[in-house]
Ligand binder design. Structure first.
Ligand SMILES: [Zn+2]
Length: 115
């Protein structure tokens, strides 16, 4: 399945290939603050439909994750980092996907605050 998504104003558009088994609701400082519901996929499953240079990004703490957002409207669309094996991973904020019923998702709480 291919999900289309993007920011609120439309400057950032992307597609993600895959099936959403579950999403992570994490209690760490940034997830709590931005209200992320995250779907983890491989970097190759994300296809940007707008220029990568249009993304703004924010990093903090160890600065290993780029929390990407739209510089115009501020939507936090996805984060990019690497897993333990060094593979590039994307945490897609499913709130930024089109045509998604958030009430139908299996939400997995994650205690990121304690890490
Ligand atoms: Zn935008």
């Amino acid at each position: 399945m291919i999900y289309k998504g993007g920011c609120h104003c439309g400057r950032i558009k992307f597609e993600v290939e895959g099936n959403i088994e579950s999403v992570v609701e994490c209690n760490c400082s940034i997830c709590k603050n931005r209200g992320y519901l995250l779907w983890f996929v491989g970097r190759e499953q994300l296809h940007l439909a707008t220029p990568e240079a249009d993304l703004a990004s924010y990093s903090f703490n160890k600065k290993v994750i780029k929390h990407n957002f739209c510089p115009t409207c501020g939507s936090g669309v996805f984060g990019i980092g690497t897993d333990k094996t060094g593979a590039a991973k994307v945490a897609v904020n499913v709130r930024c996907l089109d045509d998604i019923d958030l009430t139908k998702l299996k939400i997995m709480p994650f205690d990121g605050r304690s890490l």
